[in-house]
Design a protein around this ligand. Structure first.
Ligand code: AP5
Ligand code: MG
Length: 212
C-alpha cells in the first residue's frame, strides 16, 4: 500500500524477485484492459484519466480472477489492491474461502512534495514498459527508451491536477485502511524516502519481523 508515487510498483518488482511470488498490480491490470479495449477497459478509462477509483465490484472481480489462477497458489503480492474498506473486507472473505490469508501489509510513506515530483517526472516506454524519471532516472537520449529504442510517454493520470486528485482520493478512501490493518496486527509502515535500494532494505527488514 501507499499513496500514488510512493514506489509501490518499483518495490514490488524487487520483492517479486526476492521472494519469488506473483506480482498483481491492480493499476497495471486496468491499464492493460484499457489498452486492449476490453469491456472493463472501456468502463475504466475515463475514471482512471480523472484519477477516480473504479467501482469495487469491477476491480474485485478482476483481481479475484487472477487470485484463482494456480500460479498464485504459492503466494502473491498485491499492489494497489485493496484501496478502500469494502475492497479489504471482500478480499479477506475471498481468501478465507480458499484457506488463504494475508501475511503482511506493507505501507510506504512519503511526503506529498516528493510524491508530486516523482509522478509528474515519471516517463514510461510505450512499447516495453521500462520506467524512467526526467530527473532521477533519465534515459540516455531524451524521450527515447534505453532498452528498446522506442518512444517514452507520460501516463495520462500523471498530469499535476490529476495527481492532486489521486492524492485526495488516497487520503479520503485508502488511508483509513491502514487503521484496519493496524488493528489486525498485519501493518508494517515503511519510510519510502531515499533511493530505491534504501527503501528495499527497509522492506526486507520489515519482512523479517513477525506479525503479532
Ligand atoms: P495505480 O497504477 O495503482 O497508481 P497509483 O496507486 O496512483 O500509484 P502509481 O502506480 O502511480 O505509483 P507507485 O506507488 O506504484 O510508484 P512507482 O513505483 O511507479 O492506479 C492507477 C488508477 O487505477 C487509480 O487512480 C484508479 O483509477 C485505478 N485503480 C487501481 N487500483 C484500484 C482499486 N483497487 N480500486 C479502484 N480503482 C483502482 O514510482 C513512481 C515514480 O517514482 C517512478 O517514476 C519511479 O521511477 C520513481 N521512484 C520510485 N521509487 C523511487 C525512489 N526511491 N527514489 C526516486 N524515485 C523513485
Ligand atoms: Mg504503481
Amino acid at each position: 500500500m501507499g499513496p500514488p508515487g510512493a514506489g509501490k510498483g518499483t518495490q514490488a518488482v524487487r520483492l517479486r524477485e526476492r521472494i519469488g511470488v506473483v506480482h498483481l498490480s491492480a493499476g497495471d491490470m486496468l491499464r492493460e484492459a484499457v489498452k486492449r479495449g476490453t469491456p472493463l477497459g472501456l468502463a475504466a478509462r475515463g475514471m482512471m484519466e480523472r484519477g477516480e477509483l473504479i467501482p469495487d465490484d469491477l476491480v474485485a472481480q478482476m483481481v479475484e480472477e487472477r487470485l484463482r489462477d494456480p500460479e498464485c497458489a504459492a503466494g502473491f503480492l498485491l499492489d494497489g489492491y485493496p484501496r478502500n474498506l469494502a475492497q479489504a473486507r471482500r478480499l479477506s472473505e475471498f481468501l478465507e474461502k480458499s484457506g488463504r490469508r494475508l501475511d503482511r501489509v506493507l505501507a510506504l510513506r512519503l511526503p506529498e512534495t516528493e510524491l508530486l515530483s516523482r509522478l509528474t517526472g515519471r516517463r514510461l516506454c510505450g512499447t516495453c514498459g521500462a520506467g524512467y524519471h526526467v530527473a532521477n532516472k533519465p534515459p540516455r537520449r531524451i524521450g527515447i527508451c534505453d532498452v528498446c529504442g522506442n518512444e517514452l510517454m507520460q501516463r495520462a493520470d500523471d498530469r499535476e491536477e490529476i495527481v492532486r486528485e489521486r492524492l485526495r482520493v488516497y487520503t479520503t478512501q485508502t488511508l483509513p485502511l491502514l487503521e484496519f490493518y493496524r488493528e489486525s496486527g498485519l501493518l508494517f509502515e515503511v519510510d519510502a524516502t531515499g533511493t530505491p535500494d534504501e527503501v528495499f532494505g527497509r522492506i526486507a527488514e520489515a519482512l523479517e519481523e513477525v506479525p503479532r
